[in-house]
Design a protein around this ligand. Structure first.
Ligand SMILES: N[C@@H](CCC(=O)N[C@@H](CS)C(=O)NCC(=O)O)C(=O)O
Length: 238
């Protein structure tokens, strides 16, 4: 039975969820095909079967797995003969650290810069929900956060420093070959690229060269999949 992944989409069908991109890249790494089911933020009834209200959600052989980290662990355990996502238990624990660091430092630093762009890109039916929940999180109106964005750039630059340093020394965060830690951070890069025009990655930085390598992986998966409908090169939903 085919694997299914539920994920949030923009109004133009672009796939921009940083967490769903982690799962997409984990599936590609394992060489697993999947069907991708688009969800709006307010499509809570559509995902109620999962017993919680967030995506990504993976369904495989009747098993429902929520949360991108749990999905990665599930894929690693259930598809052990395919390329390893972590490369051993110590590497898995380090990837977990990268997961926490990205969720608590990098993504929040970026979210303040992206929030208003995302608001403009989500489906119109999601706008009131997105504004209400995100303004509660940010503590002020989206327009105000947008107007103040220059003030948030130093925090983003500082969250990127350890990534730039690591990638100046090795081709991937995981060393010579990409693994799940790379997919965690690439999810964030895809989120930015698909939801905004924000130039997060300067062209001459190690992060830029890494992103190019990441975009090329798995037959150019991150370059060609999940694009807005108007730019879809091949399988628009996949
Ligand atoms: N820890 C979760 C976070 C998932 C998450 O926050 N997903 C967002 C989409 S990117 C969501 O479903 N939000 C629904 C909402 O805000 O109502 C993971 O790693 O999968």
């Amino acid at each position: 039975m085919a694997i299914t992944l539920y994920e949030i989409v923009c109004a133009d069908d672009a796939r921009f969820s940083p967490y769903a991109w982690r799962s997409r890249l984990a599936l590609a790494h394992k060489g697993l095909e999947a069907e991708f089911v688009p969800c709006r933020f307010t499509d809570k009834a559509k995902i109620a079967f999962s017993g919680q209200d967030k995506t990504p959600i993976l369904i495989d052989d009747g098993q429902v797995v929520c949360d991108s980290w749990s999905i990665a662990c599930y894929l690693e355990e259930h598809y052990p003969h395919r390329p390893s996502l972590f490369g051993g238990s110590a590497a898995r624990q380090l990837a977990r650290f990268i997961n926490h660091r990205t969720d608590t430092q990098l993504n929040p630093a970026l979210f303040r810069l992206l929030a208003y762009d995302i608001y403009l890109r989500v489906d119109p039916v999601d706008r009131e929900y997105f504004r209400r929940t995100r303004e509660a999180r940010l503590g002020r109106p989206l327009e105000q956060v947008h107007a103040e964005r220059d003030r948030y750039l130093p925090a983003l630059a500082s969250a990127l420093v350890p990534l730039q340093m690591a990638l100046g020394e090795q081709p991937f965060l995981s060393g010579r070959a990409p693994a799940y830690a790379d997919y965690i951070v690439m999810g964030t890069i895809q989120w930015t690229a698909r939801a905004s025009e924000l130039p997060v990655v300067a062209e001459n930085a190690p992060l830029y060269a890494w992103r190019e390598r990441m975009l090329d992986l798995h037959g150019g998966y991150a370059r060609t999949r999940g694009l807005p409908q108007s730019q879809g090169l091949e399988i628009p939903a996949g």
